[in-house]
Design a binder for this molecule. Structure first.
Ligand code: SF4
Length: 393
């Protein structure tokens, strides 16, 4: 009797869309150091801000759902620079943003995650207030699922069993919000409905829209961040279709939270982007245009809600061709990671294998590895200047 030889264990590596693929695309070397050593970043500034905004929005949505509504706009007793990081005063309104934000802060503190500075904490609350009060009344009524986990299996291009450790990979993601929109039933004054209709005028019937919050400004249209954001929602759409095919995903929405309450750095970047033709949304009203032209650092900027909303919300139509392009690009990213893993395994050094190819100065400024990385200064940063940059995040 012939007994089959034991086959080697089959490997299906798991890749998270944001934690692995977008991280690798941002900087291969930072990705390798963070993932290979399994150490959390020592200065998780962007991590704290993003998680705080996500956590607060989810908490407020769940409260809105359990109570059948909330009295928007919710109050916010402004934090001052001198206030310690502790439970808010007992006499605050129960729906004050500080009361709703404190459990999120507390949970992050328990994970040893805190804001980089008091200024950064104040900015986070200011933006959270804008996000809850400007988005909540329009977005919450459309939400079908929050924090939806999705997974699918894909081929690694060009991988063959005899040479590579895997021919397939598992792709995972967490969709912030899934909405089910029937255009005929959503209120005509719903700003999310209006934004989707403006970009996808031929839509009819029921469909899903994927929403992802970004704790950043709206990227310039010539950046990899702009393109990667689009590919991210297209790939979420593919993952969603793998799970349940009853409703098609018609669009994705990226919400750039900073745009709802822009800081000085955001406004300077906006002025520069407009002057160079690198952004797709500028002020439509004369009053907003004059405000931006005359604005100088240190001055107030009271833009119309319409302008802030149009900068914050980016609707991305989804179809079969756009999904194929995006998923193909991420397949190629997995192939690149697998190639780096293979080369490092063959004793090629980390520095030769995982390139310091980050193009974003702020990512470098918050990177734990900047002191021994040439990419940091190549991106226009100077050792000792990081705090100035990080405070603006
Ligand atoms: S300093 Fe910049 S280029 Fe260097 S590893 Fe960090 S993110 Fe990458």
């Amino acid at each position: 009797m012939r007994i089959a030889r034991k086959r080697p264990d089959h490997v299906v590596p798991e890749y998270s869309l944001t934690g692995d693929l977008l991280s690798f695309r941002r900087c291969a070397r930072q990705y390798r150091y963070q993932n290979g050593s399994a150490l959390p970043p020592s200065r998780p500034v962007q991590l704290w801000y993003g998680e705080f905004i996500h956590g607060l929005l989810e908490n407020v949505y769940r409260l809105w759902k359990s109570k059948g509504g909330l009295p928007f706009p919710l109050p916010y007793e402004r934090l001052s620079m001198s206030e310690p990081i502790e439970e808010p005063p007992a006499d605050l309104d129960e729906f004050d943003l500080r009361n709703l934000g404190w459990p999120v802060e507390e949970s992050l503190l328990n994970q040893n995650k805190r804001a980089r500075s008091r200024k950064a904490r104040l900015a986070a609350y200011r933006r959270a207030e804008a996000a809850v009060n400007m988005l909540g009344p329009h977005l919450f009524p459309l939400i079908a699922e929050a924090e939806e986990r999705v997974i699918g299996t894909r081929d690694i291009p060009g991988a063959i069993a005899s040479e590579h450790r895997a021919e397939k990979y598992a792709l995972t993601g967490v969709i912030d919000v899934l909405t089910e929109i029937e255009l005929g039933s959503a209120h005509t004054d719903n700003l999310i409905r209006q934004a989707v209709q403006a970009q996808c005028p031929d839509l009819a019937g029921e469909f899903e829209v994927i929403v992802d919050y970004k704790g950043t400004r709206r990227p310039d249209t010539n950046t990899s961040e702009w393109r990667d954001g689009e590919w991210q929602v297209q790939t979420y759409a593919w993952l969603r279709h793998e799970q349940r095919r009853s409703r098609r995903v018609a669009a994705g929405i990226l919400i750039y939270i900073n745009e709802l309450a822009p800081g000085e750095g955001d406004l300077l970047a906006l002025k520069a982007a407009l002057s160079k033709g690198r952004t797709d949304v500028g002020p439509a009203l004369d009053s907003d245009r004059r405000m931006l032209e005359n604005w100088r650092p240190g001055a107030r900027a009271d833009f119309s809600h319409g302008f802030l909303f149009s900068r914050a919300v980016r609707v991305i139509p989804v179809n079969d061709a756009s999904i194929e392009e995006a998923t193909g690009a991420f397949d190629d990213t997995v192939r690149s990671i697998e190639e780096c893993v293979r080369r490092e395994d063959q004793a090629v050094s980390i520095l030769q294998t995982w390139l310091d190819d980050c193009l974003d100065g702020k990512t470098c400024a918050a990177c734990d590895f900047r002191y021994f990385c040439e990419g940091y200064q190549r991106n226009g940063n100077t050792i000792g200047e990081e705090d100035r940059i990080e405070d603006e995040i």
